[in-house]
Design a protein around this ligand. Structure first.
Ligand code: A3P
Length: 315
């Protein structure tokens, strides 16, 4: 059952995803029924705090990495002792520490108990587009960080993820179905381009509130990008920290190699039953070149040109 206030647009049951699961369109984006209910729950019941930080992304764009880096940045001010083994990232997966608003918290309950996340600033994550997220934030000046990734690598990452999760072989036919969904825009949280553009425009309109990051830039210049993130969040590195190698320590702690080597990430599962190890694969830029045909590449390029042309955003 949905609970609409007067301002909500109607939800439509129009399409199915590549596996035949029904998707509903709401405020321009596609959701599975239960996630849409969670979005409505979030809109109706979330009580924002001014210091909240929201980590936003499209699925498979580096969400896990962004969560880990942000946790590590904020943990600097909380750490009581220097024992690195006590770091929360060593005993829990970034998704266990930073819950998704609509995918975890408001999926299970319309009024989830958020007391566990009471230490300030609270950290939450989302895949909703900016306009839908903002409705739940009700004018609160929370900081929002968005991680963007090149659509072709997102497609390949999603292909492997879906196949691992469903324990089926990563076949070409599944890749082709995902490709068609991406191109048509009918994907969970899609159209991909609209979601990315919502944050891109938001970051141009209010750069002190919305930070737009790119996975590729994080890979290319992690040191500079981590400093940028720290400054945006209001916890810049001090001269002393810079001299003592704090930036590199955080980058190492949050590297794909270090995180995927931890026991929790080898054998743990998230609250929805997904193995944490599925969130770690190659972490490379341009893996799509190993999988997409020239036709697929040029079709995606044409859509990017059509959708993002003139926006100032490129990938
Ligand atoms: P690949 O499948 O291309 O390797 P998300 O976290 O949004 O689900 O995205 C998953 C993608 O981010 C996967 O990409 C995964 O390997 C990569 N990833 C996960 N942790 C990472 C890290 N610490 N550093 C860099 N990339 C990471």
């Amino acid at each position: 059952m949905f609970y609409y206030s007067g301002s909500h647009q109607e939800a439509h049951y129009l399409y199915k995803d590549f596996q035949g699961r029904r998707l509903c369109k709401y405020q321009g984006s596609w959701y599975y029924y239960n996630t849409l209910q969670a979005v409505i729950n979030f809109h109706n019941n979330f009580q924002p705090q001014e210091t909240d930080i929201i980590l936003a992304s499209s699925p498979k764009s580096g969400t896990t990495w962004l969560k880990a880096l942000t946790v590590a940045l904020l943990e600097r001010s909380k750490q009581q002792d220097d024992d690195p083994l006590n770091h929360p990232l060593r005993s829990d997966n970034p998704h266990g520490i930073v819950p998704f608003l609509e995918n975890n918290l408001y999926l299970k309950s319309s009024t989830p108990d958020l007391t566990k996340y009471s230490s300030s600033p609270r950290l939450f994550a989302t895949h909703m587009p900016l306009h839908t997220l903002k409705e739940g934030l009700k004018g609160s000046p929370c900081k929002i960080v968005f991680m963007c990734r090149n659509a072709k690598d997102v497609l390949i990452s999603m292909w492997y993820f879906v196949c691992k999760y469903q324990r089926v072989e990563a076949s070409r036919s599944i890749l082709e179905s995902l490709f068609e969904s991406l191109c048509s825009g009918v994907t969970f949280y899609g159209p991909f381009w609209d979601q990315v553009l919502s944050y891109w425009r938001g970051s141009l309109e209010d750069p002190s509130r919305v930070l737009f990051m790119k996975y590729e830039e994080m890979k290319e210049e992690p040191y500079a990008q981590l400093k940028r993130l720290a400054e945006f969040l209001g916890c810049p590195f001090t001269e002393e920290e810079l001299e003592s190698g704090s930036v590199d320590m955080i980058l190492e702690l949050c590297s794909l190699r270090s995180l995927s080597d931890l026991e929790i990430n080898k054998s743990g599962k998230n609250v929805n039953g997904v193995d944490y190890k599925f969130y770690f694969r190659k972490g490379e830029v341009g893996d799509w070149k190993n999988h997409l045909t020239p036709e697929m590449e040029s079709r995606i390029d044409m859509i990017i040109e059509e959708k993002l042309g003139g926006s100032g955003l490129s990938f």
